[in-house]
Design a protein around this ligand. Structure first.
Ligand code: DGJ
Length: 584
């Protein structure tokens, strides 16, 4: 039985797809229409929708058809990145050993940490040698950088503080557990903490402006890393307790009132249960318990992060984002880094940190699609700054889906320097393919004429191999993740295979398509009634070399099961140029 794939909501209103573009069957079409409505709403949302950059020569975020793209030196830039393992950027000789690996994997960008403790070893005395070396290395290998500000938070801890901050807890107070024990986490409530962090971040941004303001090797900055609170859902230090027992700040309730119809369900329900109160204490506004403790943490830590970002942007306004550690099923606030930029807290983050342009997921769980869809929202920028813990080939296939289906501006497996040769090869093949297709992908993001094909994987690792169907004008296109039984021996059942599946489709003319990916068999049918049928005019393998398509073999005969289907072979990432026709 055919199933209709869930379609990205982040598609274009402006492309007027009803007339000409991809349409989906059944319920997906209704979702699609709702999505367009949601997109219009999103454009009107304040905060975190990308603002037009004051200086268009700066790297900035801009809408194209409704997808949000990163613009670098006037051109959209699709990031094929990897995020350095945490310690790799602390030694330039070590870093120098990595660039050739990244080149072999077809990276055009690296996401790399800047460590507060290394750049400000003494208060007010800065040493940017690691940053300068990083930029020099990236330039020498023709790569751009996204910098990670490892300031007050790194995976919800404060382990990258300079020693002069670490050792002076009376001046730079820590968050406390409910029994009063201090934790190695700066309190988000203390002005000295946010001032010290902001001062260092401002110095970094000033330095970038001075040394990279023309060349724009650094194109974006992540502010802090996986902000959140664990093992309790909130800070119980004296400042935090006082703020928790004071009224909820008006800036938050004003934002929530303004967006009341569109709040995250959990937050809306908690607030509704208390009559949408304003001017009251946290527990009297949202109820007593860990959920409200987490809202408080989200507000205080997002405010802090937003203040740091705003201070940095005031001197050098690169696009800035915050990343989230995701939640395992069944975990409660306090059992995961609570208060981070998670879907149920998006409203609080948007209210608290308008200088943060967008929120991004670190996807390490197998249910990649489910988490990605929560962040790839209409009119919002989408980047996956970290991903991993799946096979290299699956990680690569997930990337194709992110760029094509979810309009990602970038994709970035974590610790690529430690990928096994097999995994590195798969990622390199997929990035090579993305490199070749980049002009087509950028031109079609949000156009409604590009989709991704990816079986949904659940949290327990089980994979839904149901076929996925898309409609492009006159053609219904079905992606099957099973192998067809051979017609020549009369086999009737499609076979499951243990290979990786994933890819993309771009329609460039009424009958003209590009397919790319791995482990997929594609069938074509006519749309509409009548006795017409669809035939394959031609399928070519090939490569784009310097932007020109250079065909290889024409794929036919056994390679198309005598004209019955298109095959994207297992165990490699390949491109196919396909022309279809209708006949009666
Ligand atoms: C998420 C963090 O953001 C990274 O810095 C790194 O610690 C990875 N987890 C490790 O899995």
């Amino acid at each position: 039985m055919l199933t209709t794939t869930r379609f990205s909501r982040a598609q274009s209103f402006l492309s007027a797809v009803w007339e000409s573009g991809v349409r989906l069957a059944g319920g997906a079409a209704r979702r699609w229409r709702r999505c367009h409505a949601a997109f219009v709403i999103a454009l009107l949302l304040p905060g975190m929708a990308p603002a037009a950059s004051a200086d268009a020569s700066m790297p900035h975020l801009a809408p194209r058809h409704g997808a949000i793209q990163l613009i670098v030196d006037g051109q959209p830039f699709l990031m094929r990145a990897g995020e350095l393992e945490n310690s790799s950027a602390s030694s330039l000789p070590y870093l120098d050993t990595l660039w050739s690996k990244f080149e072999a994997m077809h990276f055009n960008a690296v996401i790399a940490p800047v460590y507060w403790n290394l750049i400000e070893p003494q208060q007010g005395r800065f040493d940017f040698s690691t940053v300068d070396g990083l930029i020099k290395g990236a330039r020498a290998h023709d790569m751009r950088l996204v910098l990670l500000w490892f300031g007050s938070w790194k995976n919800s801890m404060s382990s990258y503080l300079p020693a002069w901050v670490k050792r002076d807890a009376s001046r730079y107070p820590r968050a406390r557990r409910s029994d009063g024990t201090p934790m190695e986490i700066l309190s988000a409530l203390d002005a000295a903490n946010v001032q010290a962090d902001s001062a260092a971040f401002v110095a970094l941004m000033k330095h970038l402006k001075q040394t990279d303001g023309e060349q724009h090797t650094v194109v974006m900055v992540q502010v802090e890393n996986e902000v959140g609170m664990i093992p309790e859902a909130r800070d119980h230090g004296p400042l935090a307790d006082a703020a928790f027992h004071a009224p909820v700040p008006q800036a938050l309730t004003d934002y929530l009132s303004e967006h009341r119809e569109r709040l995250a369900p959990q937050l809306a329900a908690a607030w509704r249960a208390h009559g949408f109160r304003t001017g009251a204490k946290w527990e009297d506004t949202f109820g007593a318990g860990e959920q409200t403790d987490e809202l408080f943490t989200a507000w205080t830590e997002a405010r802090y992060t937003g203040q740091v970002a705003a201070a940095g942007k005031a001197v050098y306004p690169l696009p800035m984002y915050a990343n989230a550690a995701l939640i395992r099923p069944g975990k409660r606030p306090g059992e995961y880094p609570s208060g981070g930029p998670l879907p149920h807290l998006f409203d609080v983050w948007r209210a608290a940190a308008p200088a943060i342009d967008f929120l991004a997921p670190d996807i390490y769980f197998p249910n990649f699609t489910e988490w990605a869809e929560k962040y790839a929202l209409p009119g919002r920028p989408f980047l996956i700054p970290e991903t991993g813990r799946v096979s290299g080939a699956q990680m690569a296939a997930n990337g194709l889906y992110a760029y094509a289906h979810l309009n990602a501006m970038g994709y970035s497996p974590y610790a690529p320097e430690f990928l096994s040769p097999d995994y590195a090869k798969a990622l390199g093949q997929a990035y090579d393919l993305i490199d070749q297709l980049t002009p087509l992908i950028l031109a079609h993001q949000g156009s409604g004429k590009m989709v991704g094909m990816l079986p949904r994987t659940h949290f327990d690792g089980s994979v839904d191999l149901s076929p996925q169907t898309f409609v492009f004008g006159d053609y219904k296109v079905t992606a099957s993740f099973r192998k067809p039984g051979s017609a020549s021996i009369g086999a009737k059942l499609d076979a499951d295979t243990s290979t990786t599946h994933g890819g993309l489709i771009i329609q460039t003319g009424p009958d003209d398509f590009w397919f790319a990916g791995t482990g997929i068999t594609v069938y074509f049918e006519p749309v509409g009634k009548g006795r017409s049928a669809v035939g394959i005019e031609s399928i070519w393998e090939g490569r784009f070399i310097n932007g020109q398509w250079v065909p290889g073999r024409e794929m036919n005969g056994d390679d198309t099961n005598q004209g019955r289907h298109l095959s994207l072979p297992d165990d490699e990432f390949s491109i196919r140029r396909v022309t279809l026709y209708r006949y009666h």
